[in-house]
Ligand binder design. Structure first.
Ligand SMILES: Cc1ncc(COP(=O)(O)O)c(C=O)c1O
Length: 439
């Protein structure tokens, strides 16, 4: 029982820290320190609900004052959307007779064909697969499965922050190693930090927000030296943007699954264009996948349920994910081609502005605007375009913005808007929080 109270307490303090850090309009007053545990939990739930609502209000796109849609270049989504086969599969799923296998029916709790499709795609066994409601759920599963007070979660900074947030929620100490001056992840410094307390190391490859990859040799050396220092450290490699990489020196962590406690995390949200469907997965050696699989909703291995049971993909996400994997790569190629084209447009626009940028292996680019990124973000917002301010990722990038690639038209509008920027350009004074945990 004590165990659960500790977790609830840390959950509460996390939501409190998040809200305070972000200076959101939800104020926490000191009297909450004196509330009973029951009241804290109740209040925590209300606030958590507020967070979700605020998140959806600020990130759902919406429109500008003229009622037009924003151009969304803030969330690294695929402007082409899902592949035609996935669209067809979703439509078919939606229209199934409601009495047999329609949306009024729970999905198959064994999720057999989903496991099989992912496993076949990666030439692995279904037992190596852990489906997640987006890869975000996988990071929660990793933290809840492997981390507790006294463990260290080691990661680079800046990087995708959600996994650290979950690690903190489950009581782990977060150890962050600053990226190098050339913006790359400092693998030597990370390796030197590994010790017996290091339970999980998180690597994002390619990294968000820098867009840089870890090269094959460097990854291999890192895995070897980290596991030499602690063979039980679980290394998590998030490859959310792996499909966009052009660098031939990039290698997927999937190739090293047999070599140690490794978890490779993938998502359908970006290159597959299914961010709204919420579909992701992990690939892991049997022993790890077995533990993680037991924590998918609504499965609970502690209650003796079979690890494969779960319903964390809804029927529509499920159909879309399988169709995307079986599509044959045509849509992925189109996605990559468009991405390369738009990256060139952005590079040129940044150069014309005299802005430094980091050539990216992903579908987003960090550019140094030379003035507060918040200002450029507010200027673009005023013009109906959403980007992230680098300030959201790290103070080191306070003068940067991160822009995702869009369609050709969106790329052109973005470049034109930048070209028209001047010191006295009007800016929006009400940019809602567009940043959540590094997305
Ligand atoms: C690096 C990285 N990993 C994981 C995610 C989460 O993706 P999802 O939960 O949509 O699969 C994101 C989202 O932007 C991301 O940037």
């Amino acid at each position: 029982m004590k165990y659960y109270w500790i977790k609830l307490d840390s959950c509460w303090s996390l939501s409190r820290t998040l809200m305070r850090d972000r200076n959101d309009d939800i104020m926490i007053d000191n009297k909450s320190e004196n509330l009973s545990r029951r009241e804290l939990i109740r209040e925590g739930l209300v606030l958590a609900g507020g967070l979700v609502l605020a998140g959806s209000l600020s990130s759902c796109g919406g429109g500008n004052k003229k009622g037009e849609e924003f151009i969304r270049l803030a969330f690294n989504e695929n402007p082409l959307g899902p592949c035609p086969k996935a669209r067809e599969a979703m439509e078919a799923e939606r229209n199934k007779p409601r009495t047999l296998t329609g949306l009024n029916r729970y999905p198959d709790f064994l999720q057999g064909d989903l496991f099989k499709a992912i496993a076949e795609f990666h030439n692995l066994a279904p037992e190596n697969v852990v489906p997640g409601c987006g890869s975000s759920e996988i990071f929660n599963i990793i933290a809840s499965c492997f981390l507790t007070a006294g463990d260290v979660f080691l990661t680079a900074v800046p990087t995708f922050r959600l996994p650290s947030e979950y690690a903190g929620l489950w009581g782990a100490e977060i150890k962050e190693v600053e990226n190098r001056n050339d913006h790359g992840i400092d693998l030597d410094a990370l390796a030197s930090e590994v010790n017996q307390a290091t339970r999980v190391i998180f690597l994002c490859n390619p990294n968000n927000p820098t867009g840089l990859v870890i090269k094959k040799n460097d990854l291999e050396n890192f895995l070897a030296s980290a596991w030499q220092k602690n063979p039980e450290t679980i290394i998590v490699i998030d490859e959310a943007y792996g499909h966009y990489v052009e660098d031939p020196d990039f290698v997927s962590g999937r190739d090293y699954l047999g070599e140690g406690p490794l978890v490779v995390v993938r998502t359908f949200s970006h290159a597959y264009g299914l961010a709204g469907a919420r579909a992701g997965y992990a690939l892991a050696p049997l022993e790890l996948a077995d533990l993680m699989g037991g924590l998918r909703t609504p499965s609970l291995s502690e209650m003796g349920f079979h690890w494969k049971l779960g319903a964390n993909y809804n029927r529509i996400a499920w159909a879309a994910a399988i169709a995307s994997l079986k599509e044959g790569g045509e849509h992925l190629n189109r996605t990559r081609e468009l991405n390369q084209k738009i990256k060139t447009v952005y590079y040129q626009a940044f150069s014309e502005m005299g802005w430094e940028y980091i050539p990216s292996e992903t579908n987003f680019i960090l550019a140094n605007t030379g003035i507060p990124g918040d200002r450029i973000q507010a200027y673009l917002y005023k013009n109906g375009i959403q980007v992230q301010s680098g300030n959201a990722f790290h103070s080191r990038y306070a003068n940067w913005i991160r822009a995702s690639t869009g369609t050709e038209e969106e790329g052109r509008i973005f470049a034109e808007a930048l070209g028209k920027y001047s010191a006295d350009s009007p800016v929006a004074d009400n940019v809602p929080r567009l940043y959540w945990w590094g997305y």
